[in-house]
Design a protein around this ligand. Structure first.
Ligand SMILES: O=C(CO)[C@H](O)[C@H](O)COP(=O)(O)O
Length: 225
């Protein structure tokens, strides 16, 4: 069994009060804090980078699950490590030529390597990275086109999660985009155990209930499988 990890996406938080927003999510039961790093090039949105991670790190010891939606992920390894990132998830579409170097560099800097893929990218593209001698330790299956919070969950991406779970029973499989009470069961039963959720958590009157509901869904799906 792989441990459930519920990771509120800080993209939906009030960036002007990031430290207290992070503290609030941890108090509500979050396992990780999901940090969306966008460069305005790989995706059509610009968010935060290493300086903000560094500022947040001064206020929390939580696991910072950093998702790099950037064209040149290798350029970010050193600054993100120095800033205090915990996980470094890069996109397979942005690392065709250098993923081996990238994984090794991420690990050597003390971060946990992960690979993400967009909804239209075939799942087979990440297999070599999971089977490599120094493998990625998490695969992030995007369930919306990366770039913005608040989009509609794409159920057709669940086939990739199922394939991945069948092939790698002990792998951390993360899903991100449109996850909430109405979609979590689909992701959990497909085999996802790391759940990123922005608008459904931050927009809820009782975020703790949404976090707990999603955790239970993952646990129940694992017991049923
Ligand atoms: O990576 C992302 C966008 O690229 C966000 O983490 C994701 O969309 C979460 O937001 P929501 O739960 O509101 O869909």
């Amino acid at each position: 069994m792989v441990k459930p990890k519920i990771a509120p996406s800080m993209l939906s938080s009030d960036f002007a009060n990031l430290a207290s927003e992070a503290e609030r999510m941890l108090r509500y039961g979050a396992d990780w804090l999901h940090m969306d790093i966008m460069d305005g090039h790989f995706v059509p949105n610009l968010t935060i980078g290493a300086p903000v991670i560094e500022s947040l790190r001064k206020h929390t010891s939580a696991y910072l699950d950093c998702h790099l939606m950037v064209t040149n992920p290798l350029d970010y390894v050193e600054p993100m490590a120095k800033a205090g990132a915990s996980g470094f998830t890069f996109h397979v579409e942005a690392s065709q030529d250098n993923w081996k170097e990238l994984i090794k560099s991420i690990k050597s800097k003390g971060m946990r390597p992960g690979v993400a893929l967009k909804p239209k990218t075939p799942i087979e593209q990440v297999y070599p990275l999971v089977e490599y001698e120094t493998p990625v330790e998490m695969v992030l299956v995007m369930t919306v086109e990366p770039g913005f919070g608040g989009q509609k969950f794409m159920p057709e991406t669940m086939e990739k999660v199922r394939e991945l779970r069948k092939k790698f029973p002990n792998l951390d499989i993360e899903v991100d985009g449109g996850l909430g009470p109405s979609t979590i069961d689909m992701a959990a039963s497909a085999g996802a155990n790391c759940i990123v959720a922005g608008s459904s958590v931050f927009g809820a009157p009782e975020p703790a209930e949404v976090i707990s509901l999603m955790r239970n869904s993952v646990v129940q799906a694992q017991l049923a499988s």
